[in-house]
Design a protein around this ligand. Structure first.
Ligand SMILES: NC(=O)CCC(=O)C(=O)O
Length: 265
């Protein structure tokens, strides 16, 4: 299926959810006006890494995020990978991705599984316990949040689910500029080893602790970069053909050739 993607490579106003939500609405309007099927937003796009203010800023049970983005998805008939937001629950605060389909229904809620100590996440946030698989009209997909991409075993766990093999990985991030080449290499590796598309949205700009690197990417199942952002705010577009995944997997049948007798995954 031909699938038109928009990536909102945005700056994030620190600790200012209302400003960020208003800004994102504009990106969604623009993406929809250019016939995008889906728009992808960055990690913690409502608050940024205002971790020590999360008690006040985090969205109680995600209600505000669900109400706001479900309506936008429906109004603009666009699927939304709503990056991630801080979600407050009785079990702690999670770094949670919401995916809405174009009817406004929640297709997925996924909380970041691997917390990034270098940015103090483990001091303020709780770890997600479940995988990121979901389905849209374009077929099976999976969500990953930033540091998650450093764990190929976690990505592979999603890919070998008995009921569906994602054709696309959606990655949302606040990845700092000094390690941006690692971001690029890791994403290309995940695309090649899993023979799938990777659609990755990183923020730009800076907060009190980090400068962020942009370089949002769309990568095909052979590892070719088909769209790439620079380090400025921009709405990026790409069209992918999700059926290409089948040809690549037939040509080099990595999933069939796995030695399940030699390793556990
Ligand atoms: N927000 C994050 O998870 C950042 C991950 C990161 O920078 C890394 O190097 O890994």
């Amino acid at each position: 299926m031909e699938w038109n993607i928009a990536i909102a490579q945005m700056d994030i106003a620190f600790a200012d959810p209302e400003k960020n939500k208003a800004r994102v609405k504009e990106w969604i309007e623009q993406a929809a006006s250019k016939a995008a099927d889906i728009i992808v937003l960055p990690e913690l796009f409502t608050t940024g890494y205002a971790l020590d203010q999360m008690d006040e800023l985090a969205d109680e049970e995600g209600v505000d995020t669900i109400t706001y983005f479900s309506k936008l998805a429906r109004d603009y008939r666009i699927n939304i990978v709503a990056g991630s937001v801080a979600k407050k629950t009785d079990d702690g605060i999670f770094n949670t991705m919401y995916v809405f389909n174009r009817h406004g229904a929640i297709a997925k809620e996924y909380s970041k599984a691997h917390l990034f100590r270098l940015m103090n996440e483990e001091k303020y946030l709780s770890e997600g316990q479940e995988g990121g698989l979901f389905k849209l009209e374009s077929g099976p997909a999976a969500g990953l949040i930033c540091y998650d991409i450093r764990f190929p075993e976690w990505v592979r766990t999603q890919m070998i689910h008995p009921k569906m093999t994602p054709n696309t990985l959606y990655v949302v991030a606040e990845w700092p500029a000094p390690r941006i080449e690692q971001w690029r290499s890791l994403l290309i590796a995940r695309a090649i080893e899993n023979q799938c598309f990777v659609v990755a949205c990183n923020r730009v700009g800076s907060d009190p602790n980090n400068e962020f690197g942009g370089k949002s990417l769309v990568i095909d199942p052979l590892g070719n970069v088909i769209q790439e952002g620079d380090h400025t705010e921009q709405l990026l577009f790409a069209t992918i053909e999700t059926d290409d995944v089948h040809e690549v997997r037939e040509n080099i049948p990595v999933f069939q050739d796995r030695r399940k007798d030699l390793y556990r995954l």
